[in-house]
Ligand binder design. Structure first.
Ligand SMILES: [Zn+2]
Ligand SMILES: [Zn+2]
Ligand SMILES: [Zn+2]
Length: 275
């Protein structure tokens, strides 16, 4: 399996869209891996995870074949993970020679927002066969593309059932867990004994502890210990952190120096990991 990170920032981007803090100014000056757009990843050039407003620039920058993407997993409906309005452009007039349907998969809030925007008028068929939305139920595995995808509960926005995803193909298992604090008990129970090949986690607050809504590095170390106790970690499990905020007060090289001694990798926009 290959995961490519297209965007690795928290909601406001890094540098933050309107921020004047010294970390954002330094990120702009240094450029390169310090420039982080909003969260999005793609598995095997085929299965997208999240669809922020930065998706269009990701398509251009990373040569992603959006017209031929047919499945997107949405973790939750915050603006840095979902820009529903752009998806409506997958209709005749805005897009020609459309190949098959694009299906969004996610939580009940996604389904409700999708229906509100696109299904208000039952006679409106301009997107039928071109764009659809399927609600997933937590802890129920479903086949999507060539994968078995299981949504697990995150600990994030308390007004919405936010998901993290277990994605399995050919005996390889990815846990894609951005935008979560310390996992809920039911998620720990589900994960117990599952051997994870690649672990991708939110580290929004970087060196600061958080754990109720997002993670910081101290939370990550505790979480890895718990996963180890539950026999989820193997000697070769890849451990990758993403979804960084400027409020974590570290630039890319400093994050790497911070995480390296623990065998943890820091994602950046464009990073590809094969496992
Ligand atoms: Zn986020
Ligand atoms: Zn800032
Ligand atoms: Zn969020």
């Amino acid at each position: 399996m290959k995961i490519k990170y297209l965007g690795t920032a928290a909601a406001e981007g890094y540098p933050g869209i309107f921020c004047n803090c010294s970390y954002c100014q330094e990120a702009k000056k240094l450029g390169g891996k310090n420039i982080r757009t909003r969260s999005q990843s793609i598995i095997d050039d085929q299965l997208l995870i999240d669809f922020p407003a930065d998706s269009y620039s990701h398509m251009l920058q990373h040569y992603i074949d959006f017209p031929n993407i047919h499945s997107i997993l949405i973790t939750h409906t915050h603006q840095d993970h979902l820009y529903l309005e752009d998806l409506g452009l997958r209709c005749e007039g805005f897009s020609h020679f459309i190949n098959g349907e694009l299906t969004l998969y996610g939580n009940p809030s996604l389904k409700a927002k999708f229906s509100h925007i696109y299904k208000q008028n039952p006679n409106d068929t301009h997107l039928s066969g071109k764009l659809d939305c399927v609600e997933l139920v937590e802890f129920i595995p479903v086949p999507i593309e060539n994968y078995i995808v299981t949504p697990l509960l995150a600990n994030h926005d308390k007004n919405e059932k936010c998901y993290i995803y277990l994605i399995e193909k050919e005996n390889k298992l990815l846990l894609y867990g951005n935008d979560t604090g310390w996992f809920p008990e039911a998620t720990w129970q589900y994960l117990s004994g599952k051997k994870i090949d690649c672990l991708s986690l939110d580290c929004t607050h970087m060196k600061y502890k958080e754990g109720s809504n997002h993670m910081g590095f101290p939370d990550i170390l505790e979480l890895l210990k718990q996963l180890d106790t539950l026999h989820c970690i193997k000697p070769d499990t890849r451990k990758i952190l993403t979804h960084f905020s400027h409020n974590g007060h570290l630039l890319h090289n400093d994050m790497e120096a911070f995480a390296f001694p623990y065998g943890i990798q820091i994602a950046y926009d464009g990073l590809e990991v094969v496992f």
